[in-house]
Design a protein around this ligand. Structure first.
Ligand code: NI
Length: 151
């Protein structure tokens, strides 16, 4: 598997290019009532970035194992009201946050990648695992919901 930072770099180029080409109608369309539109799914990735960046930093200096605090993803998307926000604003937020995350993970010294944390399922995972899982989760939504007509 290509490393997480390289994959993130790829998406930092590809997402603005591909999402930026989609019309406001296309990015706002919910596939079914109660399902996220591409805009809401990209907003969900912003929420993921907002919640994961502190983890990537804190795992490096807090007492081990660092305990991850979960967040309610549906509440976040609803309460942030991404559906009524301009697509460009969500895209810029996504890009800014992930550019910062890329810089943060590139700075992590190799020995800290094995630092331990405890997930919401009470599983013990390494910082490396948490970073890989972050990028995999992003790719799952990008490929499945957000850019599906463009890839
Ligand atoms: Ni998700």
């Amino acid at each position: 598997m290509e490393n997480a930072a390289e994959r993130l770099k790829h998406w930092l180029h590809a997402v603005p290019e591909q999402f930026g080409r989609m019309s406001e109608a296309e990015v706002s369309e919910r596939p079914m009532p109660g399902k996220w539109s591409p805009k809401e799914a990209l907003g969900h990735l912003c929420d993921s970035a907002v919640n994961n960046l502190p983890r990537f930093i804190k795992i490096q200096y807090e007492k081990q194992p660092y305990v991850l605090i979960p967040y309610d993803q549906d509440q976040w998307v609803t309460l942030q009201d991404y559906q009524n926000a301009p697509a460009e604003e969500i895209l810029n937020l996504w890009s800014g946050l992930n550019n910062r995350i890329l810089k943060a993970i590139e700075k992590i010294p190799a020995e800290k990648l094995s630092y331990q944390c405890v997930t919401a399922n009470q599983e013990t995972k390494s910082l490396q695992w948490i970073i890989d899982d972050y990028v995999e989760h992003m790719e799952y939504h990008l490929n499945g919901q957000i850019l599906k007509n463009n890839v």
